[in-house]
Design a binder for this molecule. Structure first.
Ligand SMILES: [Zn+2]
Length: 248
């Protein structure tokens, strides 16, 4: 328990940071850090994230039961589900960044394969199906996407990020919002221009050279996004033969 005060101070600082950067408002959102294989430290429920008191943080066990007073975040089920799916997760941030959440509320996917750094860092950003906040349904909705992705939008709700540590989880939330802002500007200017699959391959190699996994196949542009299609040699020969037959 000796490291708890440091971790509690770091969570309070992260809350102020998220609040001052407009990534959540007042009482919204929640933060947790894995203390060890059995325990998490989380923000308490119903407190202003810009005014967190380190002394109020709540230690919970793997089932979400508070160890020694305080009531944990209302989204503790969401955090527990993610730690269960991701052994590598050291910290989790749930927030409502306004531009990215706008996409999740509008039911619009953030453009895939459109911004170099986002592809290299996140692959892409999936949207988990809607689940009522604080319920098992919301927790279950993120299990599948969070196995592959570090940043997930929650339909009609917000976003969640995981990090090896708290700073990484917070910065991923900030990067998500920055990307969503760029995507919105690109949309206003006529729409994002997607990479070709070969360009995504190059970004995937860049990502792997930094120690991450390859860009997941779900992040490659759909044929109609890049304007490119992929055919086998046999399909191409068949199409040409068909066209020649029609000319004759
Ligand atoms: Zn929320």
């Amino acid at each position: 328990m000796s490291t708890n005060p440091d971790v509690a101070n770091a969570i309070a600082a992260a809350g102020r940071d998220l609040n001052s950067r407009g990534l959540l408002a007042s009482y919204e959102g929640n933060i947790s850090v894995r203390l060890d294989s059995e325990r998490l430290l989380t923000t308490p429920t119903g407190v202003h994230k810009g005014r967190l008191d380190p002394g109020e943080m709540v230690v919970v066990d793997r089932r979400g039961a508070a160890i020694g007073g305080g009531q944990p975040s209302s989204e503790i089920k969401l955090h527990l589900a993610i730690y269960e799916e991701r052994e590598d997760a050291g910290a989790i941030v749930h927030a409502h960044p306004p531009t990215a959440t706008g996409y999740a509320v509008a039911g619009k996917e953030l453009p895939r394969a459109a911004l170099a750094e986002t592809v290299a860092m996140f692959g892409c950003v999936p949207v988990a199906p809607y689940g009522t906040p604080s319920t098992e349904a919301l927790a279950d909705s993120v299990r599948e996407p969070i196995r592959t992705f570090d940043v997930v939008l929650l339909a009609n709700h917000g976003a969640v990020t995981v990090g090896a540590d708290l700073e990484q989880a917070v910065e991923r939330m900030a990067q998500l919002e920055h990307f969503a802002h760029i995507a919105l500007v690109a949309h206003l200017l006529g729409g994002a221009h997607s990479f070709s699959p070969a360009q995504v391959d190059e970004l995937s190699r860049l990502r792997q050279s930094a120690g991450a996994g390859p860009v997941p196949s779900a992040c490659y542009p759909a044929a109609d996004e890049s304007g490119n299609i992929t055919l086998t040699r046999k399909e191409l020969v068949g199409l040409i033969a068909d066209a020649v037959r029609r000319i004759r």
